[in-house]
Design a protein around this ligand. Structure first.
Ligand code: C2E
Ligand code: CA
Ligand code: CA
Length: 745
């Protein structure tokens, strides 16, 4: 066969079939064509071979000899049905013509006269191409010639078919070799014959290392003989198996894979080969593990989170149903964590949380800790005891160990930090307690402890539960107190050194429909928590101004006319953006100069040190409001620091006043506060003055203003006015108000 090379005008389809094969299809077809053209008895000088593309309905010229340049152009691609070759492609029947007749669609000027044999190339009823041969004008049809040409066409068909098959196989090989799935082909005896790149990558074995061995080299040892026997039984019986399996890489690492094994059989059902395809599940498992960690563990501390705590707690309670043992549940809340976070930054905050996590884990055998969120942790501790006394002792012991561990100094980036926390405790077992209730009880105990003895611990009791319920019902009602007209104001007189009533501290009262008179200490905190304090605070100011207006109109120019009223202001109001504006507007509305209003801010409120509070205090002072520091002495603030705040008055906390007569150190403290306040230019008020002795001492120390039961309890508006009038009258008669007369005597 001739091997003269090259085709003219190679087309897509030829390219595709030809690509990469050892001897190209076009070379082979050209060889056969040349053999035909050299047949001495067939008077032919030119011819071509077309390949068929049924999908596009075109013939493409693959090989030719003797085509004129015009023919090369016009016959490069011939549609089915067009010209002689197209007609043969359509009819799939051989065609003979002896001259250029009307079926010649392709013609050009100067085209010599000629005849044709046009022969279809077919295989199994499928058209693969067409051979066209040029014969002399007038050449007649010869049956013998036609038969020989059909044989040549069959030979070409075989070649085209083989090329196509080779191409298909090459494509399949390419796909398998480069598949992302690992592949193994074994012979009937399970000896490896072929593996792909993905296999080499996943297992670490090269192709050369595994050829001839069996896949048993990958065994991890995690599955027993039964597992493999069942697997091979399935393959033998059903022809395939798929499932998850642990295998071992060359480096010894064990990994999970998803494996598919298929038995390849011949037409008699005999197994010739096995093909195994698998994917490495390691990344999938890693992603699963990561998702699991995210769902069940806290990312900062690595402790179990609330979800996992619930699951474990539920399981432990279920166990304790059988055993009757108890679970102690401690809820720990870090004290002042928010402030630490705000002042030292989140990074330090996170480091502290991690340190806390470290300290509270492994507290005792079988205990486990979880982070519930923010600065709240839960520690669960199984306990064999059943007796309440013993449980309580145990709870106390664990709580103090927790406190001890927390309080050990911790150094972080050169800063020494000491941590404290408040702990709520509850216990129970699965027979009478569920997970939610146990957690809730412990939280109630914690909240109680935070209010009453921060830094300590509290066991949940029925009484605490009741108090919590009480608070809860107040919680819902506080927001409606104004609209239900349940709030009122009382006025406690403030008296100067001459016994003159300068004004009063305005104190809020809440008459709850069901619970009666609720102490302000209780409901103010609730109003703050619920965010209702802003509205309530505004209500207090407006009603104070309205009352003062009434009094002023009633006693214009009289000696008992009031100079000022002091109202209590919550830090929540001070933080709020528009309080200054709203207070100023209210004063304008009632025609009052802000100088008549004194704002009492607690020392602890001020110590929150928020820049907003300080800014707003300056705004208040600039507009003329007077600022008094309430409960002074309880917040450990230094006097000199107060110089930076726009403060006019210090109000000495009543706990010092109360103990003054009995406790020399309190007396000394009060004396020094008054002395220093004066040097710094502050006025002083003593609150909670209950008897003449206290009053005398305070007079002696130079205190400016006095307030307390010794003068008067908080009074209704009407009683207060009567009190002022009576005091003025008495001093005009005796020259001294009664209290001054008492210490004078
Ligand atoms: P506070 O500002 O320290 O108010 C003084 C408290 O001491 C008042 O209690 C008053 O009745 C009481 N008191 C006065 N003189 C004596 C005395 O001689 N002996 C004793 N033992 N107590 C005396 P009250 O009215 O129960 O108020 C408690 C707290 O509630 C107040 O403490 C204040 O912090 C808060 N509060 C009251 N009204 C308001 C308000 O309108 N707004 C805000 N934000 N807080 C308020
Ligand atoms: Ca006050
Ligand atoms: Ca006070």
């Amino acid at each position: 066969m001739a091997t003269k090379k090259t085709t003219n005008n190679p087309t897509d389809i030829v390219d595709w079939i030809d690509g990469g094969s050892e001897v190209s299809l076009t070379t082979i077809l050209l060889g056969i064509l040349e053999t035909i053209l050299e047949l001495p008895w067939l008077d032919t000088h030119a011819g071509g071979v077309f390949l068929a593309d049924a999908e596009s309905g075109h013939l493409s010229l693959a090989a030719q000899r003797g085509f004129s340049p015009q023919l090369l152009t016009s016959c490069a691609r011939v549609p089915y049905g067009h010209c002689l070759c197209g007609r043969v492609a359509q009819s799939e029947e051989m065609l003979h013509v002896c001259c250029v007749d009307e079926r010649h669609d392709i013609r050009y000027s100067g085209m010599p006269e000629h005849g044709h044999y046009v022969v279809p190339i077919k295989s199994q009823e499928q058209l693969l191409g067409v051979i066209v041969l040029y014969v002399k004008h007038g050449h007649t049809f010869d049956g013998h010639e036609a038969e020989v040409l059909e044989n040549f066409a069959n030979l070409m068909a075989l070649q085209i078919h083989t090329a196509q098959f080779r191409q298909d196989k090459r494509l399949a090989d390419l796909i398998l070799a480069n598949s992302a799935h690992s592949l193994i082909i074994t012979n009937h005896d399970k000896q490896i014959q072929w593996v792909n790149h993905a296999f080499e990558k996943v297992t670490g074995y090269s192709r050369e290392e595994v050829i001839g061995k069996t896949p048993a080299i990958l065994r991890s040892g995690r599955h027993g003989g039964d597992f493999y026997r069942a697997m091979w039984r399935d393959i033998e019986e059903h022809g395939l198996w798929e499932g998850e399996i642990w295998n071992r890489r060359k480096n010894g690492e064990i990994y999970p894979e998803w494996l598919n094994i298929v038995a390849l059989k011949d037409r008699y059902g005999r197994i010739l080969r096995y093909a195994a395809m698998f994917i490495d599940l390691t990344p999938v498992k890693r992603a699963e593990e990561k998702a699991h960690r995210l769902a069940y563990y806290d990312t900062v501390t690595g402790l179990p989170n609330a979800v996992l705590l619930h699951e474990r707690l539920q399981a432990l309670l279920e166990d304790s149903r059988q055993t009757g043992a108890n679970l102690l549940l401690f809820t720990l809340d870090l004290d002042h964590f928010k402030e630490i976070n705000a002042s030292l930054g989140r990074r330090v905050g996170d480091a502290i949380l991690r340190e806390v996590a470290r300290r509270i884990t492994g507290l005792e055998k079988e205990t486990f800790a979880a982070r519930m969120g923010a600065d709240e942790f839960v520690i669960v501790c199984p306990c064999e005891e059943n007796d309440v006394q013993k449980l309580s002792t145990r709870a106390g012991a664990v709580a103090s160990r927790l406190h001890q561990r927390l309080e050990e100094f911790h150094e972080f980036e050169g800063q020494e930090l000491s941590l404290r926390g408040t702990i709520g405790v509850a216990w129970g077992n699965g027979r009478d307690m569920d997970c939610e209730t146990l957690l809730r009880c412990s939280t109630i105990a914690l909240n109680h402890c935070k209010r009453h003895s921060r830094g300590g611990y509290q066991v949940h009791t029925a009484e605490i539960e009741q108090q919590a319920e009480y608070r809860h019902s107040l919680d819902a009602a506080i927001g409606k107190a104004i609209e239900r007209d349940e709030l009122s104001l009382v006025y406690q007189p403030q008296v100067d050194r001459n016994g003159k009533v300068l004004g009063a501290e305005v104190l809020l009262r809440w008459q709850h429909a069901e619970h009666g008179n609720v102490p302000p200490d209780v409901f103010i905190a609730i109003a703050e928590e619920r965010g209702a304090i802003i509205e309530i605070g505004q209500w207090v100011l407006e009603n104070t101004l309205r009352q003062m207006n009434e009094w002023r109109q009633a006693c214009q120019g009289e000696p008992h006319c009031l100079q000022r009223l002091a109202i209590n202001v919550s830090p929540h109001q001070l933080v709020s953006e528009n309080t200054v504006q709203r207070f100023t507007e209210a004063c304008e509305r009632y025609g009052f100069e802000p100088e008549a209003i004194e704002l009492e801010v607690t020392e602890t409120g001020l110590m929150q040190n928020s820049s907003q509070i300080i800014d707003h205090l300056h705004d208040f002072a600039e507009r003329g409001f007077k600022i008094a520091i309430d409960d002074f002495g309880t917040g450990y603030s230094s006097l000199s620091r107060l110089r930076h705040f726009p403060v006019a008055i210090l109000k000495i906390d009543r706990s010092f006043v109360m103990n003054m007569a009995r406790d020399a150190s309190d007396a000394a403290l009060v004396k020094s506060i008054i002395g220093m306040a004066h040097t710094l230019g502050f006025q002083t008020i003593a609150e909670g003055v209950e008897d003449a002795e206290q009053f005398a001492m305070l007079m002696d120390y130079g205190c400016d203003i006095f307030q307390g039961y010794f003068f008067s309890r908080p009074l209704s508006a009407e009683d207060f006015l009567a009190y002022v009038v009576a005091t003025v009258e008495q001093s005009s008669q005796s020259g001294l108000p009664p209290q001054l007369a008492a210490i004078d005597a």
